[in-house]
Design a protein around this ligand. Sequence first.
Ligand code: S3P
Length: 168
Amino acid sequence: MKKNIVLIGFMGSGKSTVGKVLAKQLAYLFLDTDREIEEKEHKTINKIFEEEGEHYFRKCETELLKNLEISSENCIISTGGGMPLMEQNGEILSKLGFVVYLSVQKDTVIKRLKYDMTRPLLAGDHAEEKVAKLLEFRKPIYEYTAHMMIETDHKTIDEIVEEIIRNY
Ligand code: S3P
């Protein structure tokens, strides 16, 4: 296993926020897979979904993971919420480093992402139902993929970071 920490979990679980603080404390590099893909494609996530479709985006994610498996060391890697969905990604993720699942409940997601327009999968009406459905489907995949799980709903960023460092 490589010496990275990989954060997985649903949209709004705090992966990027936690990841940045964690990186600072451990003096690791911070990397966000969504931002890497946006940079490489010269488009926002929204635009990629709109113009190329979700399947294309998933292919970008897998390609990026394969590159990271070769090139990353001492990194905190924050992943897009759908990263573990493709079966092969799960395998690469666990070779990439210590995988931490930040779990979050539906109501917390709704509260955190209420006015956020950057998540194409939650766009439009019935966001609550969409979150519930996706969460139910993905929960077992996150659990299966991760080495460790942290419930984030009632914890501060510092508490989550401390818990990760204690178990790393
Ligand atoms: C997605 C989550 C997003 C982004 C894309 C798809 C998902 O990342 O990768 O919109 O399938 O859950 P965040 O988890 O950082 O919001």
